[in-house]
Write a protein that binds this ligand. Structure first.
Ligand code: AMP
Length: 395
């Protein structure tokens, strides 16, 4: 029998990498909370119809990337319900908004989520079949201010603060307006018309998109099609006065915040799902790619070390070592503990990798209550009374 492995396109996240994942998520939670966002956790699978309706039947996601199966209430049941692993989280958030009648609270809803999403894409570096998104959505009845340009600017400025607090360097925001639900059909019609005579020269994916969802042609990174794409009509020329004014106000507000920096405003999604009119804005950050960016930036890659490695000199000091580790941990320090099979060189190497300092615990140390602390970076050895040890290690 072969060895079982994680399924293609999925992977295990192991320490120390998970330290970075947790830092990213803790930063997201802290920043979003300051902007008044609350966390929402929606189910990982939903009724297939939810995604078909909200993401759109003609999108790549719905047409070929979803993990969908027929689910029976019981093994012997004849009727099955079609379920799908969520390929994105906005649909689930809007469904929950409708289902729990959040509109009736009369309050603007500011929600964020962090969690895995699933798409059957061709795996490569940075592209997985189970990947994580960190996202936020603002929605509410129009009178709660959900369609204000200020809201758009606030969400984008929050994103900028998040990236800055994480220490992401050299990022830039490229901002566009896709107009309103009245501008867009006019633009899509113009795109279709412009694509008709040239699409035969494009790759198979773009030929299909030109028919089903011309806006998606604009997302294509295919080098051979870029020349045609650059020559297509621009949405900026199709915005009506209201959309133009909205966009100008978003830019002005961002400018005022000094933050000219994936996401977007969506209208009509709640109504498409059978809910009340609820304009909204949201974004979804690919966490896997954010982590890759941080790892590429050297300073983020240095993982924090523990404060101390407690090394008992022999089996007789094992219990004392565990007690010392417990006391130091209770004092808020990060501590690893070795055992009596301590062999100076091996133990030293392990301790050096894990911790900034090593606390040596032999017969003498226990008898005298004075411990020997080895500082790895300074290469110094210091005698420290047990009562002062926690403070010393903090320094
Ligand atoms: P989307 O929901 O397609 O707009 O994607 C939003 C973000 O999620 C993208 O910008 C990526 O960073 C990330 N993302 C989408 N699909 C994948 C994937 N298969 N693997 C890793 N990240 C992804």
């Amino acid at each position: 029998m072969g060895i079982l492995k994680a399924v293609r396109g999925t992977r295990d996240l192991l320490p120390p990498e998970t330290v970075l994942w947790n830092r990213v998520e803790a930063t997201a939670r802290a920043v979003f909370a300051r902007y008044g966002f609350g966390e929402i956790r929606t189910p990982i699978f939903e009724d297939t119809a939810l995604f078909a309706r909200s993401v759109g039947e003609e999108t790549d996601i719905v047409s070929k990337e979803m993990y969908t199966w027929d689910d029976r209430a019981r093994a012997d049941s004849d009727t099955a319900q079609s379920l799908t692993l969520r390929p994105e989280n906005t649909a689930g958030v809007v469904r929950a908004y409708i289902e729990h009648k959040l509109a009736d609270t009369g309050m603007l809803q500011k929600l964020f989520y962090i969690g895995p999403q699933f798409r059957r894409e061709r795996p490569q570096r940075g592209r997985y079949r189970q990947f994580w998104q960190i996202g936020a959505e603002v929605l509410g009845p129009a009178w709660s201010g959900s369609d204000s340009p200020l809201r758009d600017a606030e969400v984008l400025e929050m994103l900028s603060t998040f990236l800055n607090e994480l220490g992401v360097k050299g990022w830039k925001l490229e901002l566009n307006s896709v107009g309103s639900s009245t501008d867009r059909p006019r633009y899509v019609a113009a795109l279709r018309e412009a694509l008709a005579p040239v699409k035969a020269r494009m790759n198979a994916d773009n030929q299909r998109r030109a028919e089903t969802n011309p806006l998606r042609v604009l997302d294509s990174k295919a080098p051979e099609d870029q020349e045609i794409i650059e020559g297509l009509p621009k949405i900026a020329d199709f915005l009506d006065d209201a959309s133009r004014e909205h966009f100008a106000q978003v830019l002005a507000a961002l400018d005022a915040c000094g933050a000219l920096l994936g996401g977007g405003r969506y209208d009509g999604l709640s109504e498409m799902l059978g809910g009340p009119k609820a304009p909204g804005i949201g974004f979804a950050i690919g966490e896997d790619r954010l982590i890759l960016t941080l790892q590429a930036q050297a300073e983020a890659a240095t993982e924090p070390k523990l404060d101390a490695f407690v090394a008992p000199m022999g089996i007789a000091q094992n219990s004392a070592a565990l007690v010392l580790a417990k006391d130091l941990r209770a004092a808020g320090l990060g501590v690893e503990v070795g055992d009596g099979s301590f062999r100076l060189k091996k133990s030293f190497e392990a301790a050096d990798k894990l911790a900034r300092r090593m606390v040596i615990l032999g017969e003498d140390e226990i008898a005298s209550g004075i411990l020997t602390v080895k500082d790895f970076s300074a290469g110094e050895q210091t005698k420290v009374p047990r009562a002062e040890l926690a403070d010393f290690l903090r320094g």
